[in-house]
Ligand binder design. Structure first.
Ligand code: SAH
Ligand code: SF4
Length: 352
């Protein structure tokens, strides 16, 4: 079987080329063909000598994940079920906005965290994705919109990345770091670190490393203002309770040292569970001094899950309390719900 070049770090690709007896600037050209131009066929890499191209093609390939299914929502959100060589599959989503768009990528097949409200979590964990499989999701999305070569400015269809698909990225830390480095490289896909957000359910010891090793934005799936409620819906909270989570968030911000940059706290609104006025006030007390903003996400219902979405008036009342305390707290419109592409609806099997 041929080795896929996608997912090799720049250093690793340079080593491959060096081993083949070619100069470093050939490696640089190859990197640009792959990640700036999006080329998948060695034969078309005309700036490289024919003999070198042939030797590459004999041993290597530039392969994307396989598209098992592609669906486009009425609101233009697009979702792919992508398959890998071992039969594993994940979903990735493109969410278009007025003047930009985010690709939501997955880091694991399934997820081990078992959050009670999450469809992905209900499937259990299969395996970590490799760096190449993580990068491949973004590249495939870009293929789908033909956004190659990398546009020179940041006005792009695919301008942002949110690591908010299936899986817990901080439990697949090294591969995620490696993938993000490739995605950020300025001779390649060139997504600025300011346009990348990694979301975690709260793997406390890894949170400061998002600032040191990834240097991207942090989102935390909080969903409750105290241990009592959070324990009910997120088993991880028993290991890392909210006080420790807040301490890790403070540490992240201290290291990131970008005072104006806030941590996004995701807060799913579940009927009768975490949506009272008292919860809103408690939340404000909890995040005091952390440097927070909120995303209020009306819970997306799915078959087999007993929770219900909070009624909109209650979501709005909750929001008002946060706004009054000076916080940013948009209510996130659910995108792609008709194709099961909304938050918490992703799954690898039987996805519709
Ligand atoms: N595992 C990471 C990354 C996935 S992000 C994390 O949990 O942060 C997926 C986001 O969707 C998380 O904020 C998650 O809490 C949210 N989510 C999960 N199930 C949901 C549902 N049914 N409705 C709305 N949001 C949901
Ligand atoms: Fe995993 Fe995130 Fe879903 Fe929890 S919400 S089960 S951590 S993907």
């Amino acid at each position: 079987m041929k080795v896929n070049l996608i997912g090799l770090s720049k250093e690793e690709l340079f080593a491959v080329v060096d081993e083949m007896g070619e100069k470093p600037f050939r490696a640089k050209q190859l990197w640009q063909w792959i990640y700036n131009k999006g080329e998948t066929d060695f034969a078309k890499m005309t700036s490289l000598a024919k003999d070198f191209r042939e030797r590459l093609a004999a041993k290597y390939e530039i392969a994307r994940p396989k598209v098992i299914r592609e669906l486009t929502s009425d609101d233009r959100t697009r979702k792919w079920l992508m398959g890998f060589a071992d039969g594993g599959a994940v979903e990735s989503v493109y969410i278009p906005e007025e003047d930009r768009g985010a690709v939501c990528i997955s880091t694991q097949v399934g997820c081990a965290m078992k959050c009670a409200f999450c469809n992905t979590g209900s499937q259990g964990f299969t395996r970590n994705l490799s760096a190449g499989e993580i990068v491949g999701q973004f590249m495939l999305a870009r293929d789908s919109y033909g956004e190659w070569p990398t546009p020179a400015d940041e006005t792009r269809y695919l301008s942002n990345i949110v690591v908010m698909g299936m899986g817990e990225p901080l439990n697949n830390f090294d591969n995620t770091v490696k993938a993000l480095k490739i995605l950020m490289d300025d001779e390649g896909i060139c997504i600025s670190r300011r346009r990348i957000t990694v979301s975690t359910s709260g793997i406390v010891p890894m949170i400061p490393k998002v600032a040191t090793d990834m240097r991207v934005r942090l989102a935390v799936s909080l969903h409750a203002p105290n241990d009592e409620i959070r324990n009910k819906i997120m088993p991880i909270n028993k290991k890392y309770p909210v006080a420790e989570l807040m301490a890790a968030c403070r540490e992240y911000r201290k290291i990131a040292n970008e005072p104006r940059q806030r941590i996004t706290f995701e807060y799913i609104m579940i009927d009768g569970l975490n949506d009272s006025e008292e919860c809103a006030h408690e939340l404000i007390r909890l995040v005091k001094g952390v440097g927070a903003k909120f995303n209020l996400i009306p819970f997306n219902e799915w078959a087999g899950c007993p929770f219900k979405t909070s009624p909109m008036p209650r979501v709005e009342r909750f929001q008002k309390i946060l706004l009054k305390a000076g916080y940013t707290a948009p209510i996130r419109a659910s995108r792609g719900r008709d194709i099961m592409a909304a938050c918490g609806q992703l799954k690898s099997k039987a996805a519709t």
